[in-house]
Design a protein around this ligand. Structure first.
Ligand code: ZN
Length: 336
């Protein structure tokens, strides 16, 4: 999509004025899902760390905050102060490392900043240590910025909440409901997926998982399923089977993903959190290989996620909105 049409899409959002800050709310009855980062801990210039933004009604909810999530929010001009709550699927680093940046940047007196409230996070066991650790790590920064008038006391705090051990509804506000459910990420316990319901529509985010019957239950017939994938090329699987099988034991490979898609039949599906393995002189699987191997197992509608791709979900169905390659290169704030 060309830059102009992307801006038009942003312009179509309703603008609500809240004091000196503005919040772009999704139109009534519509959900918008944006893949901020589709990558993993494996460093990749095109795939930032895992993070998904869900906009529904007057809510903006963030699921995982991987590497570079703040940059991606800036690129789509969603101010950090507008994020209502953050949900972490599990405590693997690639779902967390973008959070300290968000925490430290949200209160600053910048275009993206001006947060005046504690940042609200939900996560599994360990989220309390994570929250207190970050507050502690930024103690000196916060003291300096308080002295300089660049932050405020409430915004230096993190309001952390445990996800229920066995899952359940964790958030229900203004018609937006978030349900956490346990998934199977092997030795990583607990690990959760999330289902977001709004205005008769539903989106399921798998989190990191191999085949999970809980996920299948939650995702049957949903509007959009965002699912993770791990893949080594056929060549890599042959050369280093043990290396690749280790990852396949706790993250869905193309066969497991195909099974989930066949059993859930979502209206649309997108692969995000794409673990692309390489070793020695054997490179990562190409996008062509990924698509062809998933297609061997699933004949329904799906696509390979890209950072900043989004999906609009309303009574007309699910509309894919392609990412604009220019936007990844383009600083959105005007220069004088
Ligand atoms: Zn993980």
């Amino acid at each position: 999509m060309k830059n102009g049409s992307f801006r038009l899409a942003i312009g179509l959002c309703t603008t609500i004025f809240m004091g000196m800050n503005t919040v772009n709310a999704a139109p009534e009855g519509e959900m918008k899902v944006t893949l901020l980062g589709t990558g993993t801990p494996i460093v990749n210039i095109n795939r930032f760390g895992m993070s998904t933004l869900v906009e529904a009604g007057n809510q903006k909810l963030l699921f995982d905050v991987g590497r570079g999530a703040v940059i991606r929010l800036h690129q789509i001009q969603v101010p950090l102060r507008d994020i209502n709550s953050i949900f972490f699927t599990h405590m693997h680093s690639d779902h967390l490392t973008g959070f300290p940046d968000l925490y430290a940047s949200a209160p600053l007196p910048t275009d993206d900043g001006h947060s005046k409230t504690p940042i609200s996070i939900y996560g599994p066991v360990g989220i309390d240590n994570f929250a207190r650790g970050i507050e502690k790590a930024f103690t000196a920064n916060n003291e300096i910025r308080l002295k300089g008038g660049e932050t405020n006391e409430p915004a230096t705090k993190i309001s952390d909440h445990f996800l229920p051990q066995k899952g359940g509804v964790v958030y229900d506000k203004d018609g937006v409901k978030v349900t956490a459910f346990l998934v199977d990420h092997g030795h990583v316990e607990p690990a959760y997926g999330f289902r977001i319901d709004y205005a008769g529509h539903a989106v399921v985010l798998s989190g990191d998982t191999t085949y999970s019957s809980n996920l299948v239950k939650q995702a049957k017939g949903v509007d959009l399923l965002v699912h993770s994938l791990s893949i080594g090329s056929r060549e890599l699987e042959k050369a280093y089977p043990d290396y690749v099988q280790h990852f396949y034991s706790y993250l869905a490979n193309t066969e497991k993903l195909g099974q989930v898609l066949n059993e859930t039949k979502p209206k649309d599906a997108v692969i995000s959190h794409i673990s692309l393995y390489s070793k020695g002189n054997i490179g990562r699987a190409s996008e062509k290989e990924i698509l062809s191997r998933v297609s061997e197992n699933y004949k329904g509608k799906f696509l390979l996620g890209q950072d900043l791709m989004s999906f609009v979900i309303n009574d007309k169905g699910v509309t894919r909105v392609a990412y604009d390659p220019n936007i990844r290169q383009f600083e959105p704030i005007k220069q004088n």
